[in-house]
Design a protein around this ligand. Structure first.
Ligand code: CAA
Length: 388
């Protein structure tokens, strides 16, 4: 029997400010139900000017390190499409900020919203070769679309930190995967732009096609039957995409979609918005933490989609005792203690900090948490740890 490999810690962070989609609807003079029902979103998380993918990752990672320490961790894979540097991995900034051990390797990976899944699979493969080693997988992104564009309502921000090891405490990751790639322009962000180009309706159609193709590949590789799954977790650019995806997959297998298999996974994302690479893993955390029943032994189907496009369908099985390792109370507090901002404050926060022109830019103190981007000095990002 092969040794189980999977996830022993699952932690998320999102900034403490949000703009309600009802505020956006009022400003644009449109029916708020278009957002609450049509796309299934209530709030968009808003980072301050002193928060970015590194500070959000640090906030998500802190409780993982507090619970597990750093023994055996030799790799950190940072998945993002909101890179802060074209050369240096965001993980190395995180390394410094969190005082991680020197005998580690770091790499940043990118393929739109998909790359955290590549990171998770690489982590599992590494642990399969070295069962005494552990890997940190970080997914962290700020989803920022142009103001007044159709994507504006699908913004958000957040990070997920995962610890991957042998004999995992929360989820065993299955060894069968279905994958699919096609070269398309549904959503992309050229280097000269801070916001993406996208064709929203086309991207949703390609997402659904990629789901079917990845599912077929998963089945061809000997994957579990549809009926074996207690829950499905989907990449959620907006929560209603999960409903649509689930109905589409049910149609592909010739059955009726059971909404209860997907709804628990939508709860957190409705309140945070899209967080690109972290989005599927936020849905996974939501699925595990909002379930009333004990999911021990349950099989979960996971679908990861990254525009451009690459997709993967894979499975995970919930491990006995998993509830003891979830951070539901902490996550509930993060979501409960946030504050709504009015429209004008939202557009002010929306502007990214610029480090390009001035010799030094000191960031306003807007982050509420422990970690912040204090300044960009001579093109170098200076992070600060304000202590627990
Ligand atoms: N009450 C209830 N529902 C309403 C309504 C009302 N008053 N008004 C409209 N709606 C419904 C519409 O009927 C529609 O439902 P269907 O999808 O079932 O037809 C839904 O609300 C959305 O309405 P529109 O299609 O008119 O909305 P839109 O033109 O503003 O576009 C969007 C929606 C395409 C998702 C857009 O927000 C967008 O482009 N987002 C960014 C791209 C994106 O998220 N793509 C997803 C796939 S790509 C991916 O997954 C990668 C990634 O993370 C980006």
């Amino acid at each position: 029997m092969t040794q189980p490999i999977g996830i022993s810690a699952l932690s998320f962070h999102t900034p403490h400010r949000y703009v309600a989609l009802a505020t956006l609807a009022e400003h644009h003079g449109i029916d708020p139900e278009k957002f609450s029902r049509g796309i299934g979103q209530d709030k968009i998380a808003l980072p301050g000017h002193d928060e970015d993918v590194v500070t959000m990752a640090a906030e998500a990672l802190a409780p993982v390190l507090a619970a597990h320490g750093t023994d055996g961790i030799d790799t950190l894979i940072f998945a993002t499409e909101t890179g802060i540097d074209q050369s240096k991995s965001a993980g190395i900034y995180l390394h410094g900020l969190m005082n991680l051990p020197a005998n580690m390797r770091h790499v940043e990976v990118k393929q739109a919203c998909y790359s955290a899944t590549a990171a998770l699979q690489m982590a599992c493969a590494h642990v399969a070769r070295h069962p005494d080693r552990k890997v940190l997988v970080i997914a962290s992104d700020v989803a920022r679309y142009d103001l007044d564009s159709s994507g504006e309502a699908t913004q958000g921000a957040g990070a997920v930190a995962m610890l991957v090891e042998a004999d995992p405490k929360i989820l065993e990751i299955g060894t069968v995967s279905g994958v699919f790639t096609e070269d398309i322009m549904d959503f992309w962000r050229p280097n000269h732009r801070s916001t993406p180009m996208f064709d929203g309706k086309y991207s949703a159609l390609r997402y659904l096609n990629a789901l079917v193709e990845a599912w077929r590949d998963y089945q061809a590789g000997g994957g579990r039957a549809y009926e074996d799954f207690a829950r499905f977790c989907y990449h959620l650019p907006f929560s209603r995409m999960g409903d649509k995806a689930h109905r589409h997959l049910a149609k592909e297998v010739g059955t009726r979609a059971d909404a209860a298999a997907v709804t628990p996974g939508l709860t957190y994302n409705r309140q945070i918005g899209n967080c690109y690479t972290a989005s599927l893993y936020l849905a996974l955390i939501s699925t595990l933490e909002t379930a009333e029943e004990d999911l021990t032994g349950a099989h979960l189907g996971l679908f990861s989609y990254g525009s451009g496009a690459t997709a993967e369908f894979f499975d995970a099985t919930v491990v006995p005792g998993y509830r003891d390792h979830l951070l539901g109370a902490r996550h509930g507090e993060i979501l409960k203690s946030r504050a709504a901002v009015p429209y004008d404050a939202y557009t002010a926060l929306w502007q990214s900090p610029k480090g390009a022109d001035a010799a030094r830019v000191d960031m306003p103190e807007e982050a509420a948490g422990r970690f912040r981007l204090a300044a960009i000095d001579d093109h170098k990002r200076i992070y600060a740890d304000r202590g627990a």
